[in-house]
Every structure is written in structure tokens, then in C-alpha cells.
Design a protein around this ligand. Sequence first.
Ligand SMILES: [Zn+2]
Length: 80
Amino acid sequence: MRIKENSDSWRASGILKRDFKHDHSEPITKFYSSKNTRKWCRGKVGVKHDVVWRAEEGFFGYKYKTGKCLHCGKIMFSSV
Ligand SMILES: [Zn+2]
């Protein structure tokens, strides 16, 4: 039984490490070019960003939109 307990804790620590790494990678998706986070939410193909767009007005009446994804927090810009 002791061996099983050890393997469980080893496995658990591995999962914890992986989760930490996963959580940590989300805010800095810029540096992960392997995932297409610009097109897909969190880089998962087929999962679209759930973006809330907000109209903004910049200098000299230049209008644009800023959007933020509710799931991954990605901020996007779009000209009107
Ligand atoms: Zn997203």
C-alpha cells in the first residue's frame, strides 16, 4: 500500500505542476507561437473567442473598437 500511496502523490504533484504551468501560460499567450490564440480561444481549434466589443474614440475622431474575450481575457482591436 505504501508504494501505491507514493505513486499517487507523485502523480498528484505532476498534475499540480502541469496545472500551474497551464494557468501561468494563459496571460502570456503572445510568446506561444505554437497555438493560434489570435484565431482560436486559448489556441483550441474550433473554440471561438467570446468577445465583448466596446466602441472607442481616439485622437482626431478616429474610431475603433476594443474587444475582450470573456474566457481567456485576450484583448483585441478593430477599426470601425
Ligand atoms: Zn478567448
